[in-house]
Design a protein around this ligand. Sequence first.
Ligand code: ADP
Ligand code: MG
Ligand code: MG
Length: 934
Amino acid sequence: MTTTTPPATDRAHKAAKRYIYAWGAGAAEGNGRMKDLLGGKGAGLAEMTIAGLPTPPGFTITTEACNDYFSAGEQLPNGLWDDVLEAMQAVERETGKGFGNTSNPLLVSVRSGAKFSMPGMMDTVLNLGLNDDTLHGLVALTKNERFGWDAYRRFIQMFGRIVMDVKAERFDHVLDAAKAKHGKDARDTDLTVDDLQALVAEFKKIVKTDTGRDFPTDPYEQLDLAIKAVFASWFGKRANDYRNSQKIAHDLGTAVNVVTMVFGNMGDDSGTGVAFTRDPNTGQNELYGEYLTNAQGEDVVAGIRTPAKIADLERDMPEAYREFKRIGEQLERHYRNVQDLEFTIERGRLYMLQTRDAKRTAAAAVKIAVDMVGEGLISEAEAVARIEPAQVDQLLRATFDPIALKTAKRVVKGLNASPGAAVGRAVFDADDAVAWVNRGEKVILVRIETSPDDFHGMAVAQGIITARGGATSHAAVVARQIGKPCVAGSADLVIDYASKGAACARTGIDFKEGDWLSLDGTTGDLYLGQLPTVEARFEDQPELQTILGYADKIRRMEVWTNADKPEEAAQARGYGAQGIGLCRTEHMFREGERLEIVRGAILIANAATRAKAKVAAGETLDADEQAVVAEFDVALGKLETLQQGDFEGIFKAMDRLPVVIRLIDPPLHEFLPNLEEQLVKVTQDDQRHEDGKGSGAAAEDRDLLRTIQSMHEQNPMLGLRGVRLGLMIPDFVKVQTRAILNAEIAVTKAGGHPIAKIMIPLVGHVNELAATRALLEAEAKAVEAKAGVHVDYKFGTMIEVPRGALTADEIAREAEFFSFGTNDLTQMTFGYSRDDAEGGFLLKYVEDKILPVNPFQTLDDAVAGLMKIAVEKGRATRPDLEIGICGEHGGDPESIAKCERIGLDYVSCSPFRVPVARLAAAQAALTNAAERDK
Ligand code: ADP
Ligand code: MG
Ligand code: MG
């Protein structure tokens, strides 16, 4: 290490690039928009200086210098050091102090500052420039010996730890021992000059012992080492991990800020603090923060003494408080956003050291945005743009009662992998989870980590906690996907499957199978016991509703919902749904008595359909055939009545809003018992008969087995389902059509205004749709004739088979509306079986970055490309064709953005996602408009 000493006025190697931007005396070379180059802190200091606020003079070394430092093999780029020296001279001129000057020393802080704030990346070195000689100057000048020595011991401690890599505990032990001499609860302010002098000597010794070198006394050497340490911290482990977790690029680099020291530790008229211009938890419009008198730097957050509330500053230092409040208001107006401020008061004089947009909770984000619109600070569009869709989602999830949380026993803290509050009893195995839930228990699944083999347990659990794995681990990804609260990577939790127990060494709390747990996926905490939860009620959140009201004015696309029951429909409507984009009729088939009726009908469906074809061809039926037809028609008749009731309920709930009803879609065997189970049953019954213990399998069971076998398909999702099924066994769809239209007639008669849309799934060829349409129109005519009224309905199709998308121009001849079934469309475009892939290889694909995202979660670009083709072709045939999406993607913000670009009329999603989709659709419209303006 060579020591560089000024002055270096002969600028032989002036740097080729401009690496340094200075500020001071009310002017700055950079500004607030230069975050890329100056980092957030540097840009903020420049901007505050320009705005006339009191900042201590200093300069920023750019992020580019950091990147060049690394490309040059960890060498300062040519000429940079000379530029630093020149910038230091400017600071000296402005402050009237000299760096290294023994009678009037200039001290500086050296601070990192990346584009995005990165907590814990690199600590700041304060009081740089001190040595035995400059210390005496400082003391003489301030006539405050205690302050001087306090600054010195802090400097050696910080520089030693941060720049020279001495372990923090080494200093802490000595410091604690010194404090202990003044009593058990002594504070750092109790240390006397003698104590501090002794500490300085001890600290220097520690540095020498641990690093093998003397503490550097040359201020310029200190500066050089500190700058390089900041650069080096960019690729430190903590910083790397943080960037990975936050998806921040690794090549942005960090800036270095060199800032004239101001001192909050000069006595009781001095202090330091941090404050938000509004409460970041609630959004309340009042200063929120803390400060400490006679303290420096991070003392406030480090918990050395209990800081005072910022409001107390008004009492302690009224003038400084008033100025700070005024500055906070000015900065809010300037940035048009809530600011997170750091300040220091030196002998009554206030200095601003940092400003940035404040992080805030979801609730605060919404309140602040609405308030700021009210204050005329931002527009409604800006308010909408500032809320993250995930925050809306969070506001609609259950949380734990905050009062109960205060006394709750926390077992462990892990990663907040999937939000929400869950309460259940501990189980340690996926099979156990299923068994317990079948007994009517609620469970929390506790695993070291999860794999696809655990999926069934995760699906039935209230929540999941793992000891290993991060935010993209299997547990985290699957939990988010199925909407379960999840805490991942709770490294302090030791889980023992053998004894079915777990313990946290840090808290000393353990639990075993069956113990009640409360898991907070929003914060990452696991508590013992059953904590009361607070349901998040949309009705109770007027500000959220206001924001969504702004969104409604901005968005072009409508937001509909996927709902199968009147209660769901009503809930979605409460959330603002403008229609039902998907009502899956077959879900109704599974409820209660219906399943038996449906099964009965399925068993004879083929025989009955053949018999009916004979009648149509003019042939006569034998007695058996007549019986089958009669039985079939009775079953269908019952079904029709039940379904009509369902539809009436839905039409009423959605009065005056469109309801898209999809006719039967899944393969019929889904309503029958599982083939293997039935086979086992029959075989076992027969075996028992052979053993002389029974009469063998019953005839119905044998029939059922035969039917199941005859319906068995190798690839059922590519088999007899959707439109194909309707064409093979027309009675099911005919019954459904009659039920829909008769429900419409009944509801209309009762004074309602139903809007029915009948949708055919899985169409790949226009002829399929034409044939189905003919079938259903005949049925509609019959209904109208019988009722003696005209019935309005629209007839449309899902686009979910790639061939359907590619021939959308032909299909649009027969369809009045399209709805993209993007689950199937994704499955068929990729050739993945969704049911198998999602819990299996897809996770690995995403982990290994073979795929950028799970295409069943976020619409893939190629699938979106197919949709675009279908939209263009469809509208070429029928310009007023109504087009929406009803796949899972309809509730995913990124996918919604793609739908906006493709020009869909609406997105349809599950009721819970409707508020999120309203916001996301508005943001998509804003982004699109901004791109068009470019
Ligand atoms: P972080 O990025 O961790 O917030 P900062 O660079 O903002 O680090 O420094 C932390 C704290 O150190 C500041 O809030 C301030 O209290 C103190 N500090 C930094 N620079 C100075 C300075 N020039 N004068 C006085 N205090 C300073
Ligand atoms: Mg800080
Ligand atoms: Mg800071």
